[in-house]
Design a protein around this ligand. Structure first.
Ligand code: C2O
Ligand code: CU
Length: 563
Protein backbone atom coordinates (compact mmCIF):
# COMPACT_ATOMS: atom_id res chain seq x y z
CA UNK A 1 0.00 0.00 0.00
CA UNK A 2 1.11 3.50 -0.70
CA UNK A 3 2.76 4.60 2.54
CA UNK A 4 0.90 7.90 2.79
CA UNK A 5 -2.39 6.05 2.53
CA UNK A 6 -1.26 3.64 5.23
CA UNK A 7 -0.52 6.59 7.48
CA UNK A 8 -3.89 8.13 6.84
CA UNK A 9 -5.70 4.90 7.67
CA UNK A 10 -3.60 4.49 10.76
CA UNK A 11 -4.39 8.02 11.84
CA UNK A 12 -8.08 7.51 11.26
CA UNK A 13 -8.08 4.29 13.25
CA UNK A 14 -6.24 5.90 16.12
CA UNK A 15 -8.54 8.88 16.16
CA UNK A 16 -11.59 6.66 16.42
CA UNK A 17 -10.04 4.39 19.01
CA UNK A 18 -9.07 7.34 21.13
CA UNK A 19 -12.44 8.99 20.80
CA UNK A 20 -14.13 5.75 21.91
CA UNK A 21 -11.74 5.31 24.80
CA UNK A 22 -12.30 8.86 25.84
CA UNK A 23 -16.07 8.49 25.84
CA UNK A 24 -15.71 5.39 27.94
CA UNK A 25 -13.63 7.42 30.39
CA UNK A 26 -10.63 5.21 29.81
CA UNK A 27 -8.19 8.01 29.39
CA UNK A 28 -7.14 10.52 31.95
CA UNK A 29 -7.10 14.24 31.79
CA UNK A 30 -5.76 14.45 28.29
CA UNK A 31 -5.91 11.98 25.50
CA UNK A 32 -2.74 10.94 23.85
CA UNK A 33 -3.21 10.71 20.14
CA UNK A 34 0.23 10.77 18.72
CA UNK A 35 -0.64 11.67 15.20
CA UNK A 36 -1.31 14.71 13.18
CA UNK A 37 -4.68 16.09 14.09
CA UNK A 38 -6.75 16.29 10.97
CA UNK A 39 -5.42 14.82 7.77
CA UNK A 40 -7.79 17.16 5.95
CA UNK A 41 -6.05 20.26 7.26
CA UNK A 42 -3.17 20.16 4.86
CA UNK A 43 -5.53 20.12 1.94
CA UNK A 44 -7.81 22.72 3.46
CA UNK A 45 -6.31 25.58 1.51
CA UNK A 46 -9.24 27.76 0.51
CA UNK A 47 -11.86 25.09 0.42
CA UNK A 48 -15.11 26.93 0.66
CA UNK A 49 -16.59 24.86 3.48
CA UNK A 50 -13.68 24.37 5.88
CA UNK A 51 -15.45 22.34 8.56
CA UNK A 52 -18.72 20.54 9.06
CA UNK A 53 -19.70 22.94 11.83
CA UNK A 54 -18.73 25.97 9.74
CA UNK A 55 -20.80 29.03 10.34
CA UNK A 56 -19.27 30.81 7.40
CA UNK A 57 -21.55 31.05 4.37
CA UNK A 58 -20.69 28.66 1.56
CA UNK A 59 -20.14 31.56 -0.80
CA UNK A 60 -17.87 34.01 0.98
CA UNK A 61 -19.01 37.61 1.03
CA UNK A 62 -15.46 38.60 0.19
CA UNK A 63 -14.02 36.48 -2.60
CA UNK A 64 -10.55 35.03 -2.35
CA UNK A 65 -7.68 35.80 -4.66
CA UNK A 66 -6.89 33.24 -7.34
CA UNK A 67 -3.12 33.55 -7.46
CA UNK A 68 -2.84 31.39 -10.57
CA UNK A 69 -4.54 34.20 -12.50
CA UNK A 70 -1.89 36.76 -11.52
CA UNK A 71 0.75 37.84 -14.04
CA UNK A 72 4.12 36.32 -13.16
CA UNK A 73 7.43 38.07 -12.66
CA UNK A 74 6.24 41.62 -13.25
CA UNK A 75 7.55 43.12 -9.97
CA UNK A 76 11.22 43.40 -9.02
CA UNK A 77 12.20 41.65 -5.79
CA UNK A 78 12.35 44.36 -3.14
CA UNK A 79 15.40 44.29 -0.90
CA UNK A 80 14.61 45.72 2.54
CA UNK A 81 16.46 48.91 3.44
CA UNK A 82 19.15 48.65 6.07
CA UNK A 83 18.16 50.35 9.31
CA UNK A 84 20.15 53.57 9.33
CA UNK A 85 20.91 56.08 12.05
CA UNK A 86 23.75 57.72 13.90
CA UNK A 87 22.20 58.27 17.30
CA UNK A 88 24.04 56.91 20.33
CA UNK A 89 23.08 56.43 23.97
CA UNK A 90 25.02 55.49 27.11
CA UNK A 91 25.44 51.72 27.56
CA UNK A 92 23.02 50.80 30.36
CA UNK A 93 25.64 48.69 32.17
CA UNK A 94 28.98 50.14 31.14
CA UNK A 95 29.34 53.72 32.35
CA UNK A 96 31.07 56.04 29.92
CA UNK A 97 30.41 53.87 26.85
CA UNK A 98 28.20 55.22 24.07
CA UNK A 99 26.51 52.68 21.83
CA UNK A 100 24.32 52.92 18.70
CA UNK A 101 20.65 53.46 19.42
CA UNK A 102 17.77 52.89 17.03
CA UNK A 103 14.06 53.48 17.35
CA UNK A 104 11.85 51.12 15.37
CA UNK A 105 8.15 51.93 15.16
CA UNK A 106 5.58 49.24 14.48
CA UNK A 107 2.64 50.57 12.55
CA UNK A 108 0.02 49.76 10.00
CA UNK A 109 1.18 50.55 6.47
CA UNK A 110 0.01 49.98 2.93
CA UNK A 111 2.30 48.01 0.68
CA UNK A 112 2.19 46.65 -2.87
CA UNK A 113 2.40 42.88 -3.03
CA UNK A 114 1.77 42.68 -6.78
CA UNK A 115 1.51 45.13 -9.69
CA UNK A 116 -2.11 44.23 -10.36
CA UNK A 117 -3.37 44.27 -6.78
CA UNK A 118 -4.50 47.22 -4.70
CA UNK A 119 -2.13 48.12 -1.83
CA UNK A 120 -2.32 45.68 1.06
CA UNK A 121 -2.57 46.72 4.71
CA UNK A 122 0.18 45.09 6.73
CA UNK A 123 1.75 45.63 10.12
CA UNK A 124 5.37 46.56 9.76
CA UNK A 125 8.54 47.56 11.59
CA UNK A 126 9.09 50.04 8.76
CA UNK A 127 7.28 50.69 5.53
CA UNK A 128 6.68 47.14 4.32
CA UNK A 129 7.06 43.53 5.36
CA UNK A 130 9.76 42.33 5.91
CA UNK A 131 10.84 45.35 7.92
CA UNK A 132 14.22 47.04 7.65
CA UNK A 133 17.30 44.83 7.81
CA UNK A 134 19.19 45.44 11.03
CA UNK A 135 22.96 45.19 10.71
CA UNK A 136 25.07 44.46 13.76
CA UNK A 137 28.73 43.68 14.36
CA UNK A 138 30.23 41.22 16.78
CA UNK A 139 31.68 43.14 19.74
CA UNK A 140 29.54 46.21 19.08
CA UNK A 141 26.54 46.32 21.44
CA UNK A 142 23.46 48.22 20.32
CA UNK A 143 20.13 49.33 21.70
CA UNK A 144 16.80 49.28 19.95
CA UNK A 145 13.68 50.93 21.22
CA UNK A 146 10.74 48.98 19.85
CA UNK A 147 7.66 51.19 19.70
CA UNK A 148 4.18 49.73 19.35
CA UNK A 149 2.15 52.26 17.36
CA UNK A 150 -0.19 49.65 15.94
CA UNK A 151 -3.99 50.04 15.91
CA UNK A 152 -5.72 48.89 19.11
CA UNK A 153 -7.89 46.38 17.22
CA UNK A 154 -6.49 43.30 15.52
CA UNK A 155 -7.56 42.58 11.94
CA UNK A 156 -6.88 38.85 12.16
CA UNK A 157 -8.95 36.31 14.14
CA UNK A 158 -7.79 36.19 17.78
CA UNK A 159 -8.68 33.00 19.62
CA UNK A 160 -9.37 34.09 23.18
CA UNK A 161 -9.28 30.49 24.42
CA UNK A 162 -5.56 30.28 23.89
CA UNK A 163 -3.21 30.70 26.79
CA UNK A 164 -2.32 34.37 27.24
CA UNK A 165 -4.92 35.65 24.77
CA UNK A 166 -7.86 36.18 27.13
CA UNK A 167 -10.58 38.74 26.57
CA UNK A 168 -9.39 40.70 29.61
CA UNK A 169 -6.17 41.91 28.00
CA UNK A 170 -5.57 44.29 25.09
CA UNK A 171 -6.10 42.67 21.68
CA UNK A 172 -2.97 44.17 20.19
CA UNK A 173 0.25 43.35 21.99
CA UNK A 174 3.82 42.99 20.79
CA UNK A 175 7.00 41.41 22.15
CA UNK A 176 9.95 41.64 19.79
CA UNK A 177 12.31 38.69 19.74
CA UNK A 178 15.57 38.61 17.83
CA UNK A 179 15.64 34.96 16.81
CA UNK A 180 19.09 33.50 17.42
CA UNK A 181 20.41 36.38 19.51
CA UNK A 182 22.20 35.77 22.80
CA UNK A 183 20.72 38.55 24.93
CA UNK A 184 19.81 39.17 28.57
CA UNK A 185 16.32 37.87 29.43
CA UNK A 186 14.72 41.31 29.70
CA UNK A 187 15.71 42.05 26.09
CA UNK A 188 14.65 38.70 24.64
CA UNK A 189 10.98 39.37 23.97
CA UNK A 190 9.59 36.93 26.54
CA UNK A 191 6.06 36.20 25.28
CA UNK A 192 4.35 37.45 28.44
CA UNK A 193 6.39 40.68 28.57
CA UNK A 194 4.35 42.42 25.89
CA UNK A 195 3.71 46.07 25.16
CA UNK A 196 0.32 47.32 24.15
CA UNK A 197 -0.34 49.99 21.56
CA UNK A 198 1.25 53.25 22.70
CA UNK A 199 3.98 51.53 24.72
CA UNK A 200 7.61 50.85 23.90
CA UNK A 201 10.54 48.81 25.19
CA UNK A 202 14.26 49.47 24.91
CA UNK A 203 16.26 46.31 24.41
CA UNK A 204 20.02 45.81 24.70
CA UNK A 205 21.80 43.58 22.18
CA UNK A 206 25.31 42.84 23.52
CA UNK A 207 26.48 41.11 20.30
CA UNK A 208 29.07 38.78 21.81
CA UNK A 209 28.31 36.25 19.10
CA UNK A 210 29.55 35.14 15.71
CA UNK A 211 28.42 36.49 12.36
CA UNK A 212 25.10 34.93 11.37
CA UNK A 213 21.80 35.47 9.61
CA UNK A 214 19.36 36.17 12.41
CA UNK A 215 15.87 37.58 12.13
CA UNK A 216 13.49 39.46 14.35
CA UNK A 217 9.79 38.87 14.74
CA UNK A 218 6.90 39.27 17.08
CA UNK A 219 6.45 36.84 19.96
CA UNK A 220 3.45 38.13 21.94
CA UNK A 221 1.76 35.32 23.86
CA UNK A 222 -1.24 33.82 22.08
CA UNK A 223 -1.09 36.05 18.98
CA UNK A 224 2.45 35.74 17.60
CA UNK A 225 1.14 33.74 14.62
CA UNK A 226 -1.22 36.59 13.73
CA UNK A 227 1.33 39.34 14.30
CA UNK A 228 3.94 37.64 12.14
CA UNK A 229 1.35 36.88 9.48
CA UNK A 230 0.41 40.57 9.57
CA UNK A 231 4.02 41.38 8.64
CA UNK A 232 6.02 41.74 11.85
CA UNK A 233 9.33 40.17 10.82
CA UNK A 234 12.66 41.25 9.35
CA UNK A 235 16.34 40.32 8.98
CA UNK A 236 18.98 40.92 11.63
CA UNK A 237 22.47 40.29 10.26
CA UNK A 238 25.58 40.01 12.38
CA UNK A 239 28.98 40.44 10.77
CA UNK A 240 32.46 39.83 12.13
CA UNK A 241 36.11 39.93 11.10
CA UNK A 242 36.36 36.23 10.44
CA UNK A 243 33.61 36.48 7.87
CA UNK A 244 34.97 39.74 6.40
CA UNK A 245 38.25 37.95 5.68
CA UNK A 246 36.47 35.53 3.32
CA UNK A 247 35.57 38.34 0.93
CA UNK A 248 32.08 37.05 0.32
CA UNK A 249 29.87 38.98 -2.13
CA UNK A 250 28.69 42.25 -0.53
CA UNK A 251 26.47 45.22 -1.28
CA UNK A 252 24.22 44.65 -4.28
CA UNK A 253 25.58 41.10 -4.57
CA UNK A 254 24.35 40.06 -1.14
CA UNK A 255 20.60 39.60 -0.99
CA UNK A 256 18.46 38.52 1.96
CA UNK A 257 15.26 36.79 0.87
CA UNK A 258 12.44 35.95 3.29
CA UNK A 259 9.94 33.38 2.07
CA UNK A 260 6.45 33.36 3.59
CA UNK A 261 3.14 31.92 2.44
CA UNK A 262 -0.17 33.76 2.74
CA UNK A 263 -3.79 33.83 1.64
CA UNK A 264 -5.28 36.96 0.12
CA UNK A 265 -8.73 38.22 -0.67
CA UNK A 266 -9.37 39.24 -4.27
CA UNK A 267 -9.27 42.87 -3.09
CA UNK A 268 -5.59 42.38 -2.22
CA UNK A 269 -5.94 42.20 1.57
CA UNK A 270 -4.54 39.45 3.80
CA UNK A 271 -6.78 36.58 4.79
CA UNK A 272 -5.99 34.30 7.73
CA UNK A 273 -8.24 31.23 7.72
CA UNK A 274 -10.18 30.18 10.79
CA UNK A 275 -11.80 27.03 12.10
CA UNK A 276 -15.28 28.22 11.18
CA UNK A 277 -16.15 28.76 14.84
CA UNK A 278 -15.91 32.48 15.69
CA UNK A 279 -15.56 31.61 19.39
CA UNK A 280 -12.58 29.31 18.72
CA UNK A 281 -11.00 30.34 15.41
CA UNK A 282 -7.58 28.73 16.00
CA UNK A 283 -6.43 26.34 13.29
CA UNK A 284 -3.58 23.88 13.82
CA UNK A 285 -1.52 24.81 10.77
CA UNK A 286 -1.74 27.14 7.80
CA UNK A 287 -0.57 26.53 4.24
CA UNK A 288 -1.18 29.64 2.13
CA UNK A 289 -1.68 29.41 -1.62
CA UNK A 290 0.53 32.43 -2.30
CA UNK A 291 4.26 32.43 -1.61
CA UNK A 292 5.84 35.79 -0.97
CA UNK A 293 9.52 36.58 -1.46
CA UNK A 294 10.36 39.71 0.54
CA UNK A 295 6.66 40.45 0.67
CA UNK A 296 5.97 40.27 -3.07
CA UNK A 297 4.11 37.67 -5.16
CA UNK A 298 6.09 36.22 -8.10
CA UNK A 299 8.90 38.81 -8.15
CA UNK A 300 11.94 38.71 -10.40
CA UNK A 301 15.54 39.51 -9.58
CA UNK A 302 17.93 40.77 -12.24
CA UNK A 303 21.44 39.49 -11.52
CA UNK A 304 24.82 39.76 -13.18
CA UNK A 305 26.58 36.61 -14.34
CA UNK A 306 28.73 36.31 -11.20
CA UNK A 307 28.72 34.95 -7.66
CA UNK A 308 25.95 36.13 -5.30
CA UNK A 309 25.35 35.60 -1.62
CA UNK A 310 21.69 34.84 -0.94
CA UNK A 311 20.50 34.62 2.66
CA UNK A 312 17.34 32.58 2.65
CA UNK A 313 14.89 32.67 5.57
CA UNK A 314 11.70 30.67 5.94
CA UNK A 315 9.48 33.16 7.77
CA UNK A 316 6.29 31.17 7.15
CA UNK A 317 3.93 30.21 9.96
CA UNK A 318 3.79 26.48 9.14
CA UNK A 319 5.03 25.69 5.67
CA UNK A 320 8.35 23.93 5.07
CA UNK A 321 9.97 24.28 1.64
CA UNK A 322 12.03 22.10 -0.62
CA UNK A 323 13.89 24.69 -2.65
CA UNK A 324 15.46 23.98 -6.02
CA UNK A 325 16.44 26.03 -9.05
CA UNK A 326 14.22 25.23 -12.03
CA UNK A 327 17.20 24.77 -14.37
CA UNK A 328 18.68 22.09 -12.13
CA UNK A 329 21.69 24.27 -11.34
CA UNK A 330 23.43 23.56 -8.05
CA UNK A 331 24.27 26.10 -5.38
CA UNK A 332 26.39 26.10 -2.23
CA UNK A 333 25.29 26.48 1.34
CA UNK A 334 27.92 28.31 3.39
CA UNK A 335 26.03 28.99 6.58
CA UNK A 336 23.29 27.67 8.88
CA UNK A 337 21.11 29.46 11.43
CA UNK A 338 24.11 30.42 13.53
CA UNK A 339 26.77 31.27 11.01
CA UNK A 340 29.29 29.72 8.70
CA UNK A 341 29.66 26.01 8.09
CA UNK A 342 33.18 24.52 8.10
CA UNK A 343 33.15 24.40 4.27
CA UNK A 344 30.65 25.08 1.46
CA UNK A 345 28.18 22.24 0.81
CA UNK A 346 27.01 21.79 -2.77
CA UNK A 347 23.26 21.24 -3.05
CA UNK A 348 20.60 20.70 -5.68
CA UNK A 349 17.80 20.87 -3.15
CA UNK A 350 17.43 22.59 0.20
CA UNK A 351 14.79 21.97 2.80
CA UNK A 352 13.94 24.76 5.24
CA UNK A 353 11.36 24.53 8.01
CA UNK A 354 9.85 27.65 9.53
CA UNK A 355 12.50 29.91 11.16
CA UNK A 356 15.48 28.11 9.62
CA UNK A 357 17.98 30.11 7.57
CA UNK A 358 20.46 29.08 4.90
CA UNK A 359 23.31 31.28 3.77
CA UNK A 360 23.90 30.44 0.10
CA UNK A 361 26.32 31.22 -2.68
CA UNK A 362 24.82 31.00 -6.15
CA UNK A 363 27.17 31.24 -9.09
CA UNK A 364 25.38 32.76 -12.09
CA UNK A 365 28.56 33.19 -14.13
CA UNK A 366 27.87 30.30 -16.52
CA UNK A 367 24.19 31.26 -16.90
CA UNK A 368 24.43 34.61 -18.71
CA UNK A 369 21.29 35.48 -20.65
CA UNK A 370 19.11 32.81 -19.04
CA UNK A 371 15.98 32.95 -16.88
CA UNK A 372 14.94 30.39 -14.32
CA UNK A 373 13.12 30.28 -11.01
CA UNK A 374 13.63 29.52 -7.38
CA UNK A 375 10.91 27.01 -6.72
CA UNK A 376 9.36 24.95 -3.97
CA UNK A 377 8.97 21.53 -5.57
CA UNK A 378 7.15 22.68 -8.71
CA UNK A 379 5.77 25.99 -7.45
CA UNK A 380 7.61 29.04 -8.80
CA UNK A 381 8.48 31.65 -6.21
CA UNK A 382 10.96 34.03 -7.75
CA UNK A 383 12.54 34.42 -11.18
CA UNK A 384 16.25 35.03 -11.68
CA UNK A 385 17.13 36.97 -14.85
CA UNK A 386 20.80 36.69 -15.55
CA UNK A 387 22.24 39.62 -17.51
CA UNK A 388 24.28 39.02 -20.65
CA UNK A 389 27.30 41.17 -19.92
CA UNK A 390 30.27 39.44 -18.34
CA UNK A 391 31.27 41.69 -15.47
CA UNK A 392 34.72 43.08 -16.21
CA UNK A 393 35.95 42.68 -12.64
CA UNK A 394 37.87 39.61 -11.60
CA UNK A 395 35.48 36.76 -10.73
CA UNK A 396 35.08 36.10 -7.03
CA UNK A 397 36.17 32.64 -6.08
CA UNK A 398 34.23 30.39 -3.76
CA UNK A 399 36.23 29.92 -0.55
CA UNK A 400 37.15 26.27 0.06
CA UNK A 401 37.31 26.56 3.86
CA UNK A 402 34.95 28.81 5.83
CA UNK A 403 35.80 28.38 9.50
CA UNK A 404 36.77 25.82 12.08
CA UNK A 405 33.96 24.42 14.19
CA UNK A 406 34.73 22.34 17.24
CA UNK A 407 32.21 19.55 17.50
CA UNK A 408 31.17 18.96 21.08
CA UNK A 409 31.69 15.40 22.28
CA UNK A 410 28.70 13.77 23.97
CA UNK A 411 30.89 13.27 27.01
CA UNK A 412 30.85 17.04 27.56
CA UNK A 413 27.17 16.90 28.52
CA UNK A 414 26.37 16.89 32.24
CA UNK A 415 22.89 15.54 31.66
CA UNK A 416 20.38 14.41 29.05
CA UNK A 417 16.80 15.61 29.06
CA UNK A 418 14.22 13.68 27.12
CA UNK A 419 11.01 15.23 25.82
CA UNK A 420 8.08 13.80 23.94
CA UNK A 421 6.44 15.85 21.21
CA UNK A 422 2.77 14.98 21.20
CA UNK A 423 -0.57 16.00 19.80
CA UNK A 424 -3.55 15.67 22.09
CA UNK A 425 -7.26 16.16 21.97
CA UNK A 426 -8.63 18.28 24.76
CA UNK A 427 -11.35 16.20 26.45
CA UNK A 428 -13.87 19.04 26.85
CA UNK A 429 -13.33 21.23 23.83
CA UNK A 430 -12.43 18.30 21.53
CA UNK A 431 -9.80 20.61 20.07
CA UNK A 432 -6.37 19.38 19.20
CA UNK A 433 -3.37 20.85 20.86
CA UNK A 434 0.31 20.12 20.91
CA UNK A 435 2.43 19.69 23.99
CA UNK A 436 6.09 19.41 24.83
CA UNK A 437 6.59 16.50 27.20
CA UNK A 438 2.89 16.53 28.06
CA UNK A 439 3.19 19.88 29.82
CA UNK A 440 1.26 23.09 29.45
CA UNK A 441 2.82 26.54 29.31
CA UNK A 442 1.57 27.59 32.75
CA UNK A 443 3.03 24.59 34.59
CA UNK A 444 6.12 25.24 36.73
CA UNK A 445 9.48 25.48 34.98
CA UNK A 446 11.03 22.03 34.82
CA UNK A 447 14.16 22.76 32.77
CA UNK A 448 16.78 24.64 34.75
CA UNK A 449 20.15 24.14 33.12
CA UNK A 450 23.15 25.62 34.84
CA UNK A 451 24.81 28.60 33.22
CA UNK A 452 27.95 27.39 31.48
CA UNK A 453 26.97 23.73 31.44
CA UNK A 454 26.34 21.55 28.41
CA UNK A 455 23.31 19.28 28.05
CA UNK A 456 21.87 16.87 25.54
CA UNK A 457 18.21 17.47 24.68
CA UNK A 458 16.48 14.53 23.08
CA UNK A 459 13.12 15.01 21.32
CA UNK A 460 10.88 11.97 20.84
CA UNK A 461 8.57 13.01 18.03
CA UNK A 462 5.49 10.79 18.25
CA UNK A 463 3.62 12.70 15.56
CA UNK A 464 3.45 12.74 11.77
CA UNK A 465 4.68 16.34 11.58
CA UNK A 466 8.15 17.79 11.37
CA UNK A 467 8.26 20.11 14.35
CA UNK A 468 11.08 22.67 14.06
CA UNK A 469 12.25 23.07 17.67
CA UNK A 470 13.87 26.36 18.65
CA UNK A 471 15.62 27.30 21.89
CA UNK A 472 16.10 30.95 22.72
CA UNK A 473 19.47 32.28 23.96
CA UNK A 474 21.65 29.39 22.82
CA UNK A 475 23.19 27.81 19.77
CA UNK A 476 23.53 24.05 19.53
CA UNK A 477 24.76 21.16 17.40
CA UNK A 478 22.72 18.28 16.04
CA UNK A 479 23.95 14.88 17.24
CA UNK A 480 21.70 12.47 15.37
CA UNK A 481 18.21 11.36 14.41
CA UNK A 482 17.04 7.82 15.04
CA UNK A 483 13.69 6.16 14.19
CA UNK A 484 11.72 4.39 16.92
CA UNK A 485 8.56 2.28 17.08
CA UNK A 486 5.90 4.88 17.68
CA UNK A 487 2.99 2.42 17.92
CA UNK A 488 4.68 0.45 20.68
CA UNK A 489 5.54 3.65 22.45
CA UNK A 490 2.07 5.18 22.33
CA UNK A 491 0.08 2.03 22.90
CA UNK A 492 2.28 0.06 25.29
CA UNK A 493 4.71 2.66 26.62
CA UNK A 494 7.49 0.49 25.23
CA UNK A 495 10.41 2.31 23.72
CA UNK A 496 12.44 0.68 21.00
CA UNK A 497 14.67 2.05 18.29
CA UNK A 498 14.02 0.55 14.86
CA UNK A 499 17.07 1.77 13.01
CA UNK A 500 20.44 3.37 13.32
CA UNK A 501 21.09 6.94 14.27
CA UNK A 502 21.54 9.13 11.19
CA UNK A 503 24.26 11.73 11.51
CA UNK A 504 23.49 15.36 10.58
CA UNK A 505 23.21 16.15 6.88
CA UNK A 506 26.33 17.89 5.53
CA UNK A 507 24.51 21.24 5.59
CA UNK A 508 23.52 20.73 9.24
CA UNK A 509 27.09 20.24 10.47
CA UNK A 510 27.35 23.69 11.97
CA UNK A 511 25.70 25.73 14.70
CA UNK A 512 21.92 25.69 14.70
CA UNK A 513 19.18 27.34 16.74
CA UNK A 514 16.18 25.62 15.15
CA UNK A 515 16.17 21.92 14.35
CA UNK A 516 13.82 19.78 12.30
CA UNK A 517 12.58 16.90 14.44
CA UNK A 518 11.33 14.26 12.05
CA UNK A 519 8.16 12.17 12.55
CA UNK A 520 8.53 8.96 14.57
CA UNK A 521 12.15 9.84 15.20
CA UNK A 522 14.29 10.80 18.16
CA UNK A 523 16.35 13.92 17.42
CA UNK A 524 19.23 14.73 19.76
CA UNK A 525 21.02 18.04 20.10
CA UNK A 526 23.92 19.09 22.31
CA UNK A 527 23.56 22.54 23.84
CA UNK A 528 26.08 24.69 25.72
CA UNK A 529 24.01 26.99 27.96
CA UNK A 530 26.22 30.05 27.81
CA UNK A 531 25.24 33.70 27.88
CA UNK A 532 22.93 34.82 30.66
CA UNK A 533 20.99 33.42 33.57
CA UNK A 534 17.25 33.94 33.47
CA UNK A 535 13.93 32.87 32.00
CA UNK A 536 13.71 32.05 28.30
CA UNK A 537 11.49 29.89 26.11
CA UNK A 538 11.76 26.93 23.78
CA UNK A 539 9.07 25.91 21.37
CA UNK A 540 7.97 24.47 18.10
CA UNK A 541 8.32 27.13 15.40
CA UNK A 542 5.13 26.12 13.64
CA UNK A 543 3.48 29.22 14.99
CA UNK A 544 0.02 27.70 15.28
CA UNK A 545 1.51 24.91 17.42
CA UNK A 546 3.49 27.33 19.57
CA UNK A 547 0.32 29.34 20.20
CA UNK A 548 -1.52 26.26 21.39
CA UNK A 549 0.81 25.08 24.14
CA UNK A 550 3.77 23.79 22.13
CA UNK A 551 5.97 26.23 23.99
CA UNK A 552 7.60 25.97 27.39
CA UNK A 553 9.76 28.20 29.56
CA UNK A 554 13.26 27.21 30.64
CA UNK A 555 15.43 28.91 33.15
CA UNK A 556 19.19 29.18 33.03
CA UNK A 557 20.41 29.32 36.60
CA UNK A 558 23.62 30.44 38.17
CA UNK A 559 25.81 27.44 39.15
CA UNK A 560 24.62 25.36 42.14
CA UNK A 561 20.92 26.24 41.85
CA UNK A 562 20.17 23.99 38.91
CA UNK A 563 17.60 21.22 38.68
CU1 C2O B 1 11.72 32.65 16.12
CU2 C2O B 1 10.76 31.89 19.94
O1 C2O B 1 11.27 32.34 18.07
CU1 CU C 1 4.95 21.69 16.07
Amino acid sequence: MDPSRRTLLLRGAKLMATAAASQAGLLGNINLLGQSQMPAMAGMQHTEAPASNAVRPAVPARPWLHPERLARFVDPLPVPQTLAGTETRPHPQEPGRQIPYHRVVMRRVETKVHRDLAPCSVWSYGTSAPGPTIEARKGQPMMIEWVNNLPTQHFLPIDHNLCGAGKDIPDVRTAVHVHGACVPPESDGYPEDWQKSGESLSALYPMHQDAATLWYHDHAMGIERLNQYAGLYGFFLIRDEQEDALNLPRGQYEIPIAIADRFFYADGQLHYPDSGDPEAPWIPEIYGDVILANGVIFPYLAVEPRLYRIRLLNSSNSRAYRFTLSNGHTFHQIGTDQGLLPAPVELKELMLSPAERADLLIDFSSLAGTEFTLQDEVRSILQFRVGAAESPSKPIAMPAILRKIDFIPESAAVRTRTFTLNEYMHPQSRIMLMLLNGQYWHEPVTEKPELGSTEIWSFINTTQDIHPIHLHLVRFQLLDRRPFDVDDFLNYKKFEYIGHGAPPEPNERGWKDTIKTYPETVTRIIVPFTGYAGRYVWHCHLLEHAANEMMRPFEVVAPSKSA
